[in-house]
Design a protein around this ligand. Structure first.
Ligand code: GLU
Length: 373
């Protein structure tokens, strides 16, 4: 029954890890890319729509440029990514062409998705490519990505893409078999979990902090991406991408990898964007009355319920809402800057208007701009 979430999925975002497409000693793994293209073409022939997010540009660039070691400086990493990206896409292009399949390269930064207009624009482009039967192959635009505007790892980017294109299923192909009860490299007795119904703190703990040198993420970034897409009603399958035929087996309903079930409540797209695409710039600590009004009574946030403010933010930024125990329960777009908010926190609306001259909004966060987590 649960595997039907895979067999029945029409629109699928497929994330492919660096270590699958390239190895540091041997460069691009052309045989694997050929196998993968064949497996994906087969999924396409089953009327599925595929959007790929592929890592591997930097490692491919190391081979192309003949670098001796993994680049440490940012300019060298970015140069390797630029050189490697064309190499990587050329390899995909060639293999998919043999399969009679067209591909398109799309490079994104976090900034492209955190601006709502650009987010919608990217969505239109991707859906148009899908309608044309083309497979978009996405990567982070590493060449121009500096800290403030980057996703940082492709698990996060791919999760955001799953939301962007409204996918039915998110598949992460990696060099591990899925999520284990413990780190299998440390405990060989660890068991592979076939299904995860809810991502609890224990599950996050089991994911540990593993991180390879080639890939920027580890199991934890995968789990977080699964958690975020789960709130949008999308299930995630984390499985070994090798051999590539396993993909066909997974879509035929065989038990592969770990399947993360979607959460019951599906956040509307714009609220999901507020909660998980935007980066929060600050925190508001709210009193019990405000927490109750926001969580259970569908209210907007007023200044009177705010006990404390952390961080520096401007009007329009995304902030977290915390209860008095420090637990984050909502995120929203704030109408008032942190400076102004410091002057009006805890005050009644009529006093707020006197202080701020009635120029600001009545609500600190309007209900329409608030996402409960
Ligand atoms: N964008 C990077 C690359 O293509 C990889 C990031 C990641 O592995 O998460 O080399």
């Amino acid at each position: 029954m649960q595997r039907q979430l895979i067999t029945g999925a029409k629109r699928v975002v497929l994330k492919i890890g660096s270590s699958l497409v390239a190895s540091r000693n041997l460069g691009l793994r052309h045989d694997f890319i050929a196998q993968l293209s064949r497996a994906i073409a087969e999924l396409k022939s089953q009327q599925r729509e595929i959007v790929m997010v592929s890592s591997g540009a930097i490692v491919a660039g190391i081979e192309k440029l003949g670098l001796k070691t993994y680049p440490q400086s940012i300019p060298l990493k970015q140069a390797a990514a630029a050189a490697g990206q064309s190499y990587l896409i050329h390899a995909y292009e060639k293999c998919f062409q043999d399969m009679g399949q067209k591909v398109a390269q799309v490079l994104l930064t976090h900034q492209d998705l955190s601006d709502r207009k650009r987010f919608l624009n990217a969505r239109h482009t991707l859906t148009t490519l899908i309608e044309l039967g083309v497979i978009p192959i996405i990567n982070e635009n590493d060449t121009v990505s500096v800290e403030e505007i980057r996703f940082g790892d492709n698990d996060t980017l791919a999760g955001q893409v799953a939301h962007l294109v409204d996918a039915d299923l998110f598949v992460i192909l990696s060099d591990v078999n899925g999520l284990y009860t413990e780190d299998p490299r440390q405990n060989p007795q660890a068991e592979l979990l076939s299904v995860v119904e809810e991502i609890t703190p224990q599950i996050e703990h089991a994911a540990g902090k593993s991180r390879g040198q080639e890939s920027r993420g580890g199991m934890i970034t995968k789990i977080q991406a699964a958690k975020h897409v789960g709130q949008f009603g999308v299930s995630t399958l984390i499985m070994n991408g090798e051999p590539a035929q396993c993909l066909a087996q997974a879509f035929a309903g065989e038990n592969q990898g770990t399947l993360f079930l979607p959460q019951g409540r599906r956040l509307p797209s714009r609220k999901h964007w507020i909660a998980f695409t935007l980066r929060t710039k600050g925190q508001l600590i709210l009193d019990d009355g405000a927490v109750e009004a926001l969580r259970h009574r569908g209210k907007s946030l007023l200044a009177s319920g705010i006990l404390d403010i952390r961080g520096v933010f401007s009007s329009g930024d995304s902030v977290s809402c915390l209860d008095t125990n420090g637990k984050e329960f909502a995120k929203g777009l704030v109408n008032v800057s942190s400076d102004s908010l410091a002057r009006i926190k805890g005050l009644k609306t009529k006093d707020v208007q006197q202080i701020l001259g009635g120029k600001e909004y009545e609500e600190v966060i309007h209900r329409d701009n608030l996402a409960l987590l």
